[in-house]
Design a binder for this molecule. Structure first.
Ligand code: SAM
Ligand code: FES
Length: 349
């Protein structure tokens, strides 16, 4: 295999086989990275121009019934501070967000049984009737087909559920036995079938990840064709079993953002908070590698320090307005413009 031939093929066909993806990752060098980055930016430019979409991220609950080994709000972390936002608090975040120019609200949280279908359905209906020009994205983990359907019928537009890893054995090393790879994958299929714009994704550099596994992730994404794909470096949390593991690399995350943009030119690709935590200008670099979405925090300031998925998370001391203007400034500094727009995916294929 020759790395230049593989890069040519990726650019030409938007697709590689698993061996080629693995080879590309393992043997990447500055020249190839630069080439793929230029191609990714050109494709993003063609589809989305210089617009960067923003999503107002509302972290609604730090309670979680799951015990993912990497996550700071895992059930077993007795040091985690738990909170949940009321309907009124969430609606007031939307209100503030709307005036700050957000047209997408992302409701994210641990898997918390407090948020029943009745409660969420009522909440989504209220958000959609109060802000009919806004999209509602949910990121609330694994639920039943019926639950996803009901929330969709209430008006939810999109759902983010990272697949975490496309490799079954790797999944089992990152999660307790009670959490199932098959169920996660089935949830993703169900969400798509119901009609959501679906986001999958994974952490870069999670413990036990290999280049081969990353290649499997890329093949999975290629086949699944998500509307969105969230990737960010794994970052340790001091009160989890992975506290002594190494952090994921911002450099590899940026490389993979370019590869994913080339693979799926229309995909919505966030430059994540984790990338901004791993590197002080990681989000800017993410956009310059092919990403086109940023997700500033819209949670009430009082709770931000309680939604700590990993150590040193950025934006936990800021107000919503500060995050919004900080990110607009950061995007402007690299020649991009945050837009007031729902930011739907452009027609796939
Ligand atoms: N509970 C929902 C779910 O499972 O999709 C949404 C919240 S969950 C905390 C959001 C994402 O955070 C996960 O999919 C995971 O990839 C990421 N995450 C968790 N712990 C992390 C860590 N230590 N470093 C980087 N990302 C992490
Ligand atoms: Fe929150 Fe910069 S985006 S402070």
């Amino acid at each position: 295999m020759n790395i230049n031939d593989i890069a040519d093929k990726l650019i030409r066909e938007h697709s590689l086989n698993i061996d080629e993806y693995e080879y590309l990752i393992t043997n990447r060098n500055e020249e190839i990275t630069e080439r793929l980055r230029n191609e990714a930016v050109a494709l993003r430019q063609k589809v989305y121009g210089r617009s960067v979409f923003v999503r107002g991220l509302i972290e609604i609950s730090s309670y979680c019934r799951n015990d993912c080994l990497y996550c700071g709000i895992r059930r077993s972390n007795s040091k985690a501070q738990r909170y949940r936002l009321t309907e009124e608090e969430i609606l007031s975040c939307c209100d503030e967000g709307y005036s700050l120019g957000y047209r997408t609200f992302v409701l994210q949280g641990g898997e918390d049984a407090y948020y029943t279908d009745d409660l969420l359905s009522d909440l989504i209906t209220k958000i959609k009737s109060g802000y009919p020009d806004c999209a509602v994205t949910l990121s609330l983990g694994e639920r039943s087909y019926e639950s996803y359907k009901r929330l969709y019928d209430s008006g939810a537009d999109r759902y983010l559920l990272r697949h975490e890893t496309a490799n079954r054995e790797h999944y089992a090393k990152l999660h307790p036995q009670s959490q199932s790879f098959d169920n996660r994958m089935e949830c993703l299929r169900n969400l798509k079938e119901i009609g959501y714009q679906v986001g999958c994704g994974f952490m870069v550099g999670s413990p036990y990840q290999t280049d081969r596994i990353l290649a499997e992730d890329l093949r999975f994404i290629e086949g699944f064709r998500p509307a969105m794909c969230g990737i960010g470096p794994f970052i340790t949390h001091r009160d989890t079993p992975f506290r002594d593991e190494a952090n994921g690399s911002a450099e590899l995350t940026l490389f993979l953002l370019s590869v994913i943009r080339i693979m799926l030119p229309n995909v919505l690709l966030p430059a994540t908070t984790a990338l901004g935590t791993a590197d002080a200008i990681g989000r800017e670099k993410g956009i310059l590698a092919g990403a086109n979405v940023v997700m500033p925090n819209l949670s009430p300031s009082e709770v931000r320090k309680k939604y700590l998925l990993y150590d040193n998370k950025i934006c936990t001391g800021e107000e919503s307005a500060q995050c919004r203007s900080c990110l607009s400034g950061r995007m402007r500094s690299i020649g991009y413009e945050v837009v007031t727009d729902r930011g739907d995916v452009r027609n796939m294929d």
